[in-house]
Ligand binder design. Structure first.
Ligand SMILES: Cc1cc2nc3c(=O)[nH]c(=O)nc-3n(C[C@H](O)[C@H](O)[C@H](O)COP(=O)(O)OP(=O)(O)OC[C@H]3O[C@@H](n4cnc5c(N)ncnc54)[C@H](O)[C@@H]3O)c2cc1C
Length: 465
């Protein structure tokens, strides 16, 4: 059978791949997406979306327990774990179906199967029905990543879980150990702890959510501990002894090894790129540890081959993958106003309770970069809407360059901050200064007023504190 010819073949249909394909098709390129598992990738099927669906259940559960505070009655509040999981899987399925519809609407060819690149300009796809050969003027690698497994701490799906098992639990953990306090680990810790699991989080660094500003990490730790979580920092799980229904973890902390028993362990120690089996070595595409090396335009150095999203390295975030997808599609289409992503413009959000969100430099990183700083902070307790919502726990911190007034970073913890952060992201994209932000009128009563107050505080003009 003659090879089918395309302008662009995208391997992988996660938020990087499917968005790249749609943008390429919009620009008139004959485009194909190759996917070996589910349309929508990890994000829609096993990442961003199903976790948020589960966390919504735990959030509502938490609020139901607080019913009396709001003058309401909710007796016999309980959960039904299979129903929680079922809702999460349905949400994921709905969105994956949505991606299928979007690709069809944009006339993108979809081939379900495993893609490899036998030579430049060629893609072979192993499908249920045999192998399909494709030719492509441009190939976009968007094969994403999977959970990192540490020797001795490997997941077994029964006692030790990675995110897939943690999203489809067959039982409720009673005594849970979460290894790693990055966004994924903390979101699962938050979910299971809220539903009543006795939860311990072990973090090798000196604070939880270690990529966040130190003030936010400290605030988060206190909040999690108040909710009953145990947090072990500067601690390392060295060994897991598995027995029937029990795991004994050997945890090194303060120079000593402690043994603790759990019935479930969630390993959230990072991810590794899906670089294997694609034929990259033969093509001369450089791989550094587990990610493809690219320039700021996602070019691999091999003509006609690009890499976007998780396979192209940190930050491992869906919106970074999608933005790179759009950028590469426009580059391939020959648009001349294509700009690389500014590394400090990508916000990070963690949907634990309380939520955490940030963009740009932490105070420590800004100091290290040599800036003289103006720093503002505003607590949720000073905001009318936060009090009315019953969410007085949280803070917003802003970091400015004292010389130019440039907003270098913004860091938040508290209710709905994952929605608020985009205000600062837009501000940064428009190269806002403290003056612009101080002159902006924020609607009342909103949580967003705290964004204003934090800026005012940096310049000693705060009103409600
Ligand atoms: C539990 C969890 C929660 C997360 N929460 C968030 C969040 O809240 N916000 C956020 O921004 N990010 C979150 N992420 C990260 C986010 O899911 C990823 O950054 C994002 O999915 C990366 O998109 P991608 O397109 O690069 O790859 P992926 O989404 O991983 O998609 C890659 C696709 O390629 C396919 N594939 C791989 N190899 C081949 C091949 N050879 N042939 C054909 N197909 C192939 C895979 O089957 C997969 O469908 C989370 C991740 C996890 C695990």
């Amino acid at each position: 059978m003659a090879a089918k010819s395309f302008d662009v073949v995208v391997i992988g249909s996660g938020p990087g791949g499917y968005v790249a394909a749609i943008r390429a098709a919009q620009l008139g390129l004959n485009t194909c997406v190759v996917e070996r598992e589910h349309l929508g990738g990890i994000c829609l099927n096993w990442g961003c979306i199903p976790t948020k669906a589960m966390l919504r259940s735990s959030e509502v559960f938490h609020l139901m327990h607080r019913a009396k505070e709001f003058g309401l009655k909710a007796e016999g509040v309980d959960y039904d774990l299979p129903a929680v999981v079922d809702r999460s899987r349905k949400v994921a399925g709905q969105l994956s179906g949505g991606v299928k519809g979007l690709l069809k609407k944009n006339k993108v060819t979809v081939i379900m199967g495993e893609g490899t690149i036998p030579a430049k300009g060629k893609v072979s796809v192993k499908t249920d029905k045999g192998t399909e050969e494709l030719t492509a003027k441009s190939i976009i690698l968007a094969t994403g990543a999977r959970a990192r497994e540490l020797p001795g701490l490997e997941a077994d799906g029964d006692l030790v879980w990675t995110y897939k098992a943690a999203l489809t639990p067959k039982r409720m953990p009673k005594k849970l150990l979460v290894i790693g306090s990055g966004a994924i680990g903390i979101e699962f810790a938050s979910f299971y702890n809220t539903l009543g699991a006795d939860t311990t989080v072990v973090e090798v660094m000196d604070r939880v959510l270690p990529v966040e500003d130190a003030d936010i990490s400290a605030f988060a730790k206190k909040a999690f501990e108040k909710q009953g979580m145990k947090i072990m920092q500067k601690a390392m799980v060295k060994q897991l002894d598995r027995a029937k229904g029990k795991v004994t973890a050997h945890i090194e902390v303060g120079g000593k090894v402690e043994k603790h028993d759990f019935d479930t362990v969630i390993s959230a120690v990072g991810i590794v790129g899906n670089v294997e089996g694609l034929g990259l070595e033969k093509l001369g595409v450089k791989v550094d540890r587990t990610h493809v090396v690219t320039d700021e335009y996602c070019r691999t150095g091999v003509e006609g081959i690009y890499a976007i999203g998780d396979i192209a390295g940190a930050p491992w975030l869906a919106h970074k993958a999608s933005h790179e997808g759009v950028m590469v599609a426009e580059l391939i289409a020959g648009k001349n106003d294509v700009h690389p992503i500014k590394p400090n413009s990508i916000a990070g959000c963690t949907y634990c309770h309380p939520q955490v969100a940030s963009v740009g430099l932490t105070e420590a990183a800004a100091k290290e970069a040599g800036y003289t700083l103006k720093v503002g902070k505003f607590p949720f307790i000073g905001n009318g809407k936060a009090i009315a919502l019953g969410e007085p726990e949280g803070m917003i911190k802003t970091v400015f360059d004292a010389k130019t007034g440039e907003l270098l970073g913004a860091h938040m913890i508290g209710a709905e901050v994952t929605e608020l952060i985009q205000g600062y992201v837009v501000g940064q994209a428009l190269e806002t200064t403290e003056e612009d932000l101080m002159h902006t009128v924020f609607p009342h009563p909103t949580l967003s007023e705290m964004m204003h107050e934090s800026v005012l505080d940096a310049y000693d003009r705060v009103i409600h504190m």
